[in-house]
Design a protein around this ligand. Sequence first.
Ligand code: PEP
Ligand code: MN
Length: 346
Amino acid sequence: MIVSMRRHATKQEVEQVRARIEELGLKVHSIEGEERVVIGAVGVGDITSCLESLEAMEQVEKAVRISAPYKFVSKEFRAARTEIKVGKMVIGGGDNFPVMAGPCSVEGEKQIMECAEIVAKHGGQALRGGAFKPRTSPYDFQGMAEEGLKLLAKARDAFGLPIVTEIMSDTEVSLVAQYADVLQVGARNMQNFSLLKTLGKCGRPILLKRGMSATVKELLMSAEYIVAHGNPDVMLCERGIRTFETVTRNTCDIGAVAALSELTHLPVILDPSHATGKRSLVTAVARAGVAVGSDGLIVEMHPNPEKAWSDGAQSLTPKQFADMMTELQPYIALWKKSRAAEAAHA
Ligand code: PEP
Ligand code: MN
């Protein structure tokens, strides 16, 4: 169950409710919001009478039963979409549809500056680029590490784009959080629980990618880790899953995007680049992402994909990126209409 404290409840009042929850035999997880503290209470037994006795407390605004195993991230907990602000970019909630774009890896100053210029010029709202790269082979390029982060920060300063970059290990969280605006958890780390817990305290929004063999429920449980440890700003990312199909690098689970929008209030981002592995397919799948009601896209683009140090085959050329941005416009216009209709009915 979720117990929502009254606005501006004091620490002492939160402690009283926490103690009462424990007295009722439930386990406590609390998250501090800006205006109010929300307490997750987990356990078995007579939940109805626990609910009643907690709601009877003066300090408690509301106690709600949540049946899904994920609580803070579920639609039952919060019906309204979570809105995440990253500089000027708003994700989820309102009527902004952000396209985040950039190379798979930061390769040098000239490359990242060129990418940032192209992204900004064609209406991209954030610059992506990995400085710590999770590579299948230990002999492949592993990323420029802190030097890459510095270059990303330089590109942000020059073009006013927030930076999205991958975090691979909990020992690097404070370093990456120093430079990045959004920390990306890659597919291979979706269930790195110690990393997820640390990200609960990093003070930056998280882009959590779905593991390549993870179910939608497992993705939501991983998001729950981050939120339960104190960070409510999590966006989820569908980036394709592993199936028997080999025509695409991964299989884009577009149905999962629709399902996630029903199950959670967190924003859902689609990555058509890793989902297909082929640049010729990226725009078509990006269109599907807008149509299915995702909250934004993250796309790989490189000034010279043939020479890219990673994921060249799926990276759009600058011209393809520009064309995709134009092609998406009518879809985004429809998307905005549907979000406006949703807001009018709320
Ligand atoms: C990436 O974004 O470059 C990346 C490694 O993605 P994923 O974790 O989805 O494979
Ligand atoms: Mn990549």
